[in-house]
Design a protein around this ligand. Structure first.
Ligand code: GAF
Length: 389
């Protein structure tokens, strides 16, 4: 049974004995380009997926949290005051963390009953965790009348609260792209997010107008951001900025890259810096092309982005490289890994007529390499979090 607002409400009633106050949903995201730029105060360009996480919620009188998910046998029941770094563990930390972070931001919160159901594949680099956080945050904001689930400015504040939940309670040291995508994207558009000042602009993104499709290739290779590699990349970027005496790598102009690299201490830090600075520039170039109606010309930027992540940032893996290479040799205009890396998904910009061929070539190549079968599917740019009922 695919997740839906009705089904999660019914599951809530069965689990807790009465109906929820409502159902809210938030989407997963796929980033078109601009990877590992968010925590460098850079630019990124995600779209919201049509795949969503649904949260059925009812507030409780007291301060007990009862958390359930149709994706997991783990159930959590705990006091709000017991929510802290690492507690509850697993997915419970992302949900309870939102309540903790709202409180941390000065809001009065209460206990709640929560049932989750999700269409966003877990561990696929498509931001199932941000979809979870933002669906819960939207619900709590509405039910407590916090005014944080309203216009874009309010949603920016809510996104920051969700990032705090993820960083502090779930202990994943991520940037802010995913929560902004879940709360601030618009259907038919990519979200140009400037992480230096939090401003966004909506960039029309409609591959079908060019007879193109955006294909997601979920490699099913393990993707976990908590295993230290993501944190190491972030630490290298911070160290590079420190050595340069800059607040962030965003301040390095792409035209000054060569002289800037000479100032850094070693080849690894130079490579990490080169990725971030060139990737931010590729976002700007992509946006300019999209605004000129030249989506097909974005393909080479996708390819360059993938090479930069593979060779300079060191976050690709064999499955992602095969998916990207096979897609581009079978007709994709461009392809790249997307999200945090070390597994998860790649995307390809494919002539719609070639989608089946590309998918079949990728499936065969994975089988030949002894990899698990990937899941390939085309997506359009969906809308952000909303109240469902
Ligand atoms: C993950 C993180 F959660 C984001 O903040 C971002 O850094 C991304 O990886 C890489 O662009 O999704």
């Amino acid at each position: 049974m695919p997740a839906s607002a009705d089904f999660v409400a019914q599951s809530f009633s069965e689990a807790f004995g009465s109906e929820p106050s409502g159902v809210w949903s938030a989407p997963g995201r796929v980033n078109l380009i601009g990877e590992h730029t968010d925590y460098n105060a850079g630019l990124c360009l995600p779209i919201a997926l049509p795949l969503r996480t649904y949260a059925a919620v009812r507030l409780r009188a007291g301060s007990v949290l009862r958390l359930r998910s149709l994706q997991s046998p783990e159930q959590y029941e705990l006091e709000l005051d017991d929510v802290r770094a690492g507690n509850p563990p697993g997915w419970g930390g992302y949900a309870a963390g939102v309540l903790w972070a709202l409180k941390d931001a000065g809001h009065e919160v209460s206990g709640l009953d929560l049932m989750l159901d999700s269409q966003v594949p877990l561990g696929a680099g498509l931001s199932s965790s941000a979809a979870l956080e933002c669906s819960v945050a939207a619900a709590v904001s509405d039910l407590l009348d916090l005014g944080l689930f309203g216009d874009d400015q309010a949603r920016a504040t809510l996104a920051a609260i969700c990032v705090n939940a993820e960083n502090t309670i779930a202990q994943a040291p991520t940037g802010g792209m995913d929560q902004s995508a879940a709360l601030r994207c618009r259907a038919g558009h990519a979200l140009l997010l400037d992480c230096r000042d939090g401003t966004v602009s909506q960039v029309p993104f409609d591959p079908s107008a060019h007879r193109l499709s955006l294909l997601i290739m979920n490699t099913r290779a393990n993707h976990a951001l908590g295993d230290g590699q993501y944190a190491q990349r972030r630490a290298s970027c911070d160290e590079a900025a420190r050595q340069l005496g800059l607040p962030s790598l965003r301040e390095v102009a792409v035209g000054d890259l060569d002289v800037t690299l000479d100032l850094l201490s070693d080849d690894e830090i130079r490579a990490r810096t080169r990725h971030v600075v060139t990737e931010i520039d590729r976002v700007s170039q992509t946006v300019a092309l999209l605004r000129e109606g030249r989506l097909p010309d974005v393909g080479p930027l996708f390819n360059a982005s993938h090479l930069s992540m593979r060779d300079d940032f060191g976050i690709s893996c064999a499955e992602l490289d095969v998916a990207v290479e096979v897609a581009t040799t079978h007709g994709a205009l461009g392809a790249r890994m997307t999200g945090g890396g070390f597994g998860g998904s790649a995307i390809a910009l494919v002539p719609t007529d070639s989608t089946a061929d590309v998918t079949s070539a990728v499936m065969h190549a994975f089988a030949d390499s002894g990899f698990s079968a990937p899941h390939c599917f085309a997506v359009t740019a969906g809308g952000s979090a909303q109240r469902e009922s």
